[in-house]
Design a protein around this ligand. Sequence first.
Ligand SMILES: C[S@@+](CC[C@H](N)C(=O)[O-])C[C@H]1O[C@@H](n2cnc3c(N)ncnc32)[C@H](O)[C@@H]1O
Length: 300
Amino acid sequence: LTVAMDEQRVAFEPAGELPQALRPLTPAVFRGFAELVYAEAGIHLAPVKQALVVSRCSRRVRALGFTSWRDYLDLVQRDPRERVHFLESITTHETHFFREPNHFELLRTMVIPALIEAAAAGRRPRQLRVWSAGCSSGEEPYSLAMLLLDLLPDWHLDILATDLSARVIESARAGLWPIRKSQEIPDAYLRRFMLKGKGAQAGVMAAGEEIRAVVRFDTLNLNDARYAAGTNLDLILCRNVLIYFDQVSKRRVIERLIQHLAPAGLLFVGHSESLGGITDALRAVRPTVYSLKENHQRAQ
Ligand SMILES: C[S@@+](CC[C@H](N)C(=O)[O-])C[C@H]1O[C@@H](n2cnc3c(N)ncnc32)[C@H](O)[C@@H]1O
């Protein structure tokens, strides 16, 4: 018993030093967070998302020593770095290699053969410019890189991959994933384009040189009034990003995004993100795949 008491003396301190409990998030303070997220990122946080804010941010709020969510809201409002941290916590970054395979199938069977034919007839250069907008940790742009390097071996390929979150861009640039992710990649591509960690890197898969060479990463907020993503892009993929936007911010984001599309370019959105009623400038060539209407006026 004496030993146990001694151990307790070392491991505990007087209860007066215990941190105070974090008080519940009230609807009014939640509205403050929702307004900030909407203004900053275009993302609509419906009231049902209150539990999400609590589950994703409580640990951070406690670590900062706050007992009230209003104090954290004040900090997020006045400190741009904390704002980035907060936005990263409440956005969803889930992604997979070759996610929504029918898009990759459409590229392989229809879009790329048509591009090859056009280049052979001298109607277009042998180069392809692609933008993965909202690329998360890089699985989408690296999947595109594998497919395009395979099917367009002697073309000049340029894949821009962007995301609001600097943290996911850093991880995409590093190009490292747990080895179980290899199951998402067809065998032939896995062997040709990916590396398997040895020794201290066992259990890790790394992007190989060939795919790294054609993908460039940058942070970019699609809700910004202006951004540099280049013009005349052949393919834009903005998949599973707009699910979190409302009609107004979705329209604004799409109208800006398509200013970057080449006249014959294609825009891919995620499978639950129809653009019906969003803009008159696009026509659906497939559900979730869009091209510009011919009479679409490009902004100056
Ligand atoms: C669910 S992931 C989708 C990744 C990939 N496109 C896919 O389909 O697998 C959504 C990504 O969109 C990003 N995002 C959310 N709002 C954004 C905004 N306003 N500008 C740019 N990226 C944004 C998030 O940071 C997140 O990484």
